[in-house]
Ligand binder design. Structure first.
Ligand code: FAD
Length: 298
């Protein structure tokens, strides 16, 4: 995997971008500026997250529907099983289908109050595999699901977690998108284990560019991602230097992607946190260039 820096990247990469629904007008402006910046890169889809307990139901729907309407980029809506009956979730999915949305990222979701054990809602879908099976009965959606190279915190062990992923694929999911991670070998090991378990669907690495090191450490602790010690040293002293921090972040994430590319990965999913610059810079380093003219008046 000792490929010379970025020289081998051959313009054969597909990217997708994840956003979250904005809470305020100002955040909405930032989101749309980011979409305007990133959409010329021709992502194969962009996705919009769903807040715990359906708290962003309207905002997720409005954002996804607007992306579908105004950009022409295939838009994917995240959907969780949290605190809703099957009928309520099916209703949300039907509304997406009616709005022209054909791709769902199907998730179980987290307990509404952090630290509590996950409880299936009475009359609700039990987990993501159950949700995938439910969606498959409704419409021929394209369906993505979550995967965990460092094992989901609720899972008894990595083998059980891979079996859970297999159930989601067997229920009809088309691809898995991973939780973020920082070491390429973490992904390669997981990909090998998934293949051994008979999972042949595409597994797309989720790439988290570091916007703020402190918040990455917080998020990583919640989802069981290891933050290597060398990263702490890398970001040391950069809190007061946002420009330098951005450059370090872009270099780091692009380096991770380059090593994944050298290991055969051609699809990347970026957790943009609604900011375009870092993801744009990383894509550029990976040889991804504008394919379509910038949106006018979007
Ligand atoms: P599942 O695949 O259902 O599994 C969760 C865990 O429970 C696994 O460890 C699994 O092994 C175990 N499990 C499930 N069913 C069984 C069973 N029958 N027997 C034994 N073990 C079982 N959260 C949001 O709230 N909104 C979002 O928009 C969102 N987007 C995400 C996007 C991506 C790409 C990723 C990776 C995560 C996202 N999440 C989101 C977080 C996700 O909701 C949490 O990680 C949640 O805790 C698990 O969801 P899941 O779909 O992976 O669950």
């Amino acid at each position: 995997l000792a490929a010379p820096l970025f020289a081998d990247v051959a313009g054969d990469i597909d990217v997708s971008f994840e956003f979250f629904p904005p809470k305020t007008e100002k955040m909405e402006e930032t989101l749309w500026e980011s979409i305007e910046t990133l959409s010329p890169l021709g992502p194969r889809f962009v996705s919009v997250t769903y807040g715990a307990g359906g708290t962003t139901r309207e905002r997720t729907h409005n954002t996804v529907a607007r992306i579908a309407r105004e950009t022409g980029i295939p838009a994917a809506a995240h959907l969780t099983c949290v605190e809703a009956t099957k009928e309520e979730i099916d209703q949300v999915a039907q509304e997406y289908w009616a709005a022209g949305v054909r791709h769902i990222v199907a998730l179980r979701g987290d307990p509404p109050r952090a630290g509590e054990k996950y409880q299936t809602h009475p009359g609700g879908y039990e987990n993501a595999a159950d949700l995938v099976a439910g969606l498959r009965k409704l419409h021929p959606f394209e369906i993505s699901v979550a995967a965990y190279p460092e094992c989901h915190p609720d899972s008894p062990n990595p083998t059980a977690d891979i079996e859970n992923l297999k159930r989601k694929i067997d229920a009809g999911a088309n691809r898995a998108i991973t939780q973020f991670f920082f070491e390429p070998d973490t992904f390669f090991r997981f990909r090998d284990d998934a293949a051994k378990a008979g999972i042949d669907a595409e597994i797309v690495p989720g790439i988290m560019p570091v916007m703020s090191f402190a918040s990455v450490v917080r998020m990583a602790a919640m989802c069981g991602t290891e933050v290597p010690g060398w990263m702490e040293r890398l970001f040391e002293g950069l809190d007061e230097h946002p420009g330098a921090r951005q450059l370090v972040s872009a270099t780091l994430a692009a380096e991770l992607c380059r090593k994944l590319y050298a290991g055969g990965v051609r699809q990347f999913h970026f957790y943009t946190l609604n900011r375009a610059e870092l993801s744009y810079a990383i894509c550029h380093l990976l040889g991804v260039r504008p394919k379509v003219p910038a949106l006018v008046g979007a």
